[in-house]
Design a protein around this ligand. Sequence first.
Ligand code: ATP
Length: 238
Amino acid sequence: MAQTLLKVAGLKVAYGGIQAVKGTDFEVREGELVSLIGSNGAGKTTTMKAITGSLPLAGGDIEFLGKSIKGQGPWDLVRQGLVMVPEGRGVFTRMSITENLLMGAYIRRDKAGVTSDVERVFTIFPRLRERKDQLAGTMSGAEQQMLAMGRALMSRPKLLLLDEPSMGLSPIMVDKVFEVVRDVYAQGVTILLVEQNASRALALADRGYVMESGLISMQGSGKNLLADPKVRAAYLGE
Ligand code: ATP
């Protein structure tokens, strides 16, 4: 079986006295695309923020490549290959596309490798090449999402966490963004995808987890979850 990249065990996260994540367990193995779905407020974003070190743990542990990463900050984790594309993208709006991509490679010293990776990103996202000198802030939401993913790829992640990449996009752009997620996965990048768009996220996933009120309530292959009557009733509006 493939190596476990990420293991979340008994994770608890609280905001003041309120527990948002109440003891969740899940894992992501090398080469997988795993989707975490659930309704608004279920605790998905909170889980992602705890994994990437921007929220403290109230309990449990998180292991990356077999070692606890509890207490480590986002920058340490990027260095180890754990990179998140946050909800809302967070591109540098007053920098060009190319400058944004280079920011993603700030931890790297191999100039030639960085230059060839910019080319690789432009091959995955031809739209970014067309606009490489344009300021990121002038691009559409979907283009900014592509740029945020491209920038994350520039650090050569072992695991890419995507938080709601389809949020706020028009239906056509949602299609485009899911295509792009599939392409990035096809390039061999392991992905943990958090989405409210359950049907799309499960259709792409090797495995999925359903989160409800801070706990994992169901898990299985993407295909089985997608066919499950409870999932269909609760998350696919049937
Ligand atoms: P969404 O898709 O809306 O982002 P989610 O599943 O990602 O939903 P979270 O954003 O993780 O859910 O929120 C989980 C719970 O924690 C919710 O009840 C939310 O109101 C609460 N919460 C989130 N952020 C904060 C905060 N900064 N302070 C207090 N409570 C918060």
